[in-house]
Design a protein around this ligand. Structure first.
Ligand SMILES: Cc1cc2nc3c(=O)[nH]c(=O)nc-3n(C[C@H](O)[C@H](O)[C@H](O)COP(=O)(O)OP(=O)(O)OC[C@H]3O[C@@H](n4cnc5c(N)ncnc54)[C@H](O)[C@@H]3O)c2cc1C
Length: 386
């Protein structure tokens, strides 16, 4: 979209906020009806539309989208269907991370990526465990060394794509050591089952449930990371960078929908006054968040940012997302009015869905401390100091 296009657009606020987000041509955009079918059916429909293979290299049958392109697709999906977007965010993260890993190691990850692209298969990401932990790498689930792999037991909750994923990327602590493994596990593996669902207040059509692992065998070839839970290597940094950008883009889409509602309230009623300032404040916050997401994506992809500076930037972005969410919601509340608090209203749904932005890793308890630690020459970590 050119500068003139943005200026002439009837929905100028949308054109302004959409500028710079380039959805890969290989994906037609969200075509499903977010009101039709079950959550699992909607998620499968999005996966089948080409979304599942967006971040996979073209050589393996994917669209070869980079981080910025995948993030733009996440945002576009979140504008239409926040619940499907938050679920597929976990897939985009895992596939992006696998691609990133393959680019650094040129190993057999390519077979998995090829399989995912061929089948439009979905990959879940199961790190969180009941009771919570600020450090997403410290796991209560255990992995026992046996034969040519590990036997894993434990519970993962909440886990999105619980019933729709073909593969699950999970973490577990190696018994008798301080190491954590990150491994892929076929969801049809004996001993792996899905239980109940997550009675969350928002984002509740994201196929999020509990995964129970009871002596599940995982082959060594599917283990792509083993290190002490507090060690931060290239794979961990790549994961946090991808996650911070993708989650930022996803909630940017949700909050853009809220701004759209507020703008239409003002323009339809033709009552402006202090509402104009509030629209301006919310738009400015979203422009800054969007710019920060895209900049980190570009800097990561072209290699101008890597290692600990990239990790610090990603953790700063993750904290900023939460701050932005709270400011945008409170700024727009008087403009939108009690629809923000009324059951069945789109505004109320967006309000609750966006609240979930606070409950993703890395924990808000750890982010600012990690950025400060980087700035003052101290070690970065995911565990907030006690
Ligand atoms: C929409 C959505 C989808 C998600 N999908 C996934 C996914 O697919 N995979 C995944 O790994 N994670 C997923 N998560 C989970 C996310 O990664 C967080 O780990 C999880 O939400 C915990 O966040 P928290 O704010 O409770 O922080 P935490 O740091 O885990 O907890 C904060 C504090 O609250 C305490 N606490 C938390 N829960 C309880 C409890 N039940 N009882 C007592 N104390 C508690 C903790 O001990 C800690 O002191 C998802 C989250 C959301 C919002």
């Amino acid at each position: 979209m050119t500068v003139t296009d943005i200026d002439r657009h009837t929905d100028r606020h949308l054109a302004l906020l959409d500028a710079g987000w380039h959805v890969p041509d290989a994906w037609p955009g969200p075509v499903h009806d977010p009101e039709e079918g079950t959550p699992a059916e909607r998620i499968r429909a999005v996966a089948a539309s080409g979304f599942a293979s967006l971040a996979i290299p073209e050589a393996f049958g994917g669209a070869g989208a980079d981080l910025a392109g995948t993030a733009a697709a996440q945002r576009a999906l979140a504008r239409r269907d926040p619940h499907a977007a938050i679920a597929l965010n976990m897939h985009s993260l895992t596939v992006g991370l696998m691609t990133d890993y393959w680019e650094r190691h040129r190993d057999t990850t390519s077979w998995l990526l090829e399989g995912i692209a061929t089948q439009n298969a979905l990959v879940a990401s199961a790190f969180a465990e009941p009771g919570g932990s600020a450090n997403f790498l410290s796991s209560v689930s255990t992995a026992r060394r046996e034969g040519r792999g590990y036997v894993v037991s434990g519970t993962k909750y909440p886990c999105s794509l619980a019933s729709t994923a073909t593969l699950v990327c999970l973490s577990a602590r190696v018994a008798g050591t301080d190491d954590t493994i990150i491994a892929l596990c076929p969801s049809a593996s004996p001993g792996l089952r899905v239980e109940g669902d997550w009675p969350s207040l928002g984002m509740n059509a994201s196929d999020t449930a509990k995964l129970v692992l009871d002596e599940v065998e995982i082959d060594d070839r599917l283990v792509f990371h083993r290190a002490p839970a507090d060690s931060i290597d290239d794979t961990v940094i790549a994961g946090i960078v991808w996650f911070a950008v993708l989650i930022g883009a996803t909630y940017h889409g949700v909050l853009t929908s809220l701004l759209d509602l507020a703008v239409k309230t003002v323009t339809t009623s033709d009552r402006h006054g202090p509402r104009t300032v509030r629209i301006g404040q919310a738009a400015r916050d979203l422009l800054a968040l969007g710019g920060a997401c895209r900049q980190l994506a570009r800097d990561w992809t072209d290699g101008s940012l890597g290692g600990e500076p990239a990790l610090a930037t990603a953790m700063a972005l993750r904290s900023s997302l939460s701050d932005t969410r709270d400011r945008v919601v409170s700024t727009l509340t008087p403009v939108i009015g009690s629809r923000m608090y009324t059951r069945g209203q789109h505004a109320a749904a967006l309000h609750l869905d966006s609240l979930a932005a606070h409950h993703h890793p890395p924990s808000l308890l750890a982010c600012d401390e990690a950025v400060g630690a980087y700035c003052t020459g101290r070690p970065l970590g995911f565990d907030p100091s006690s």
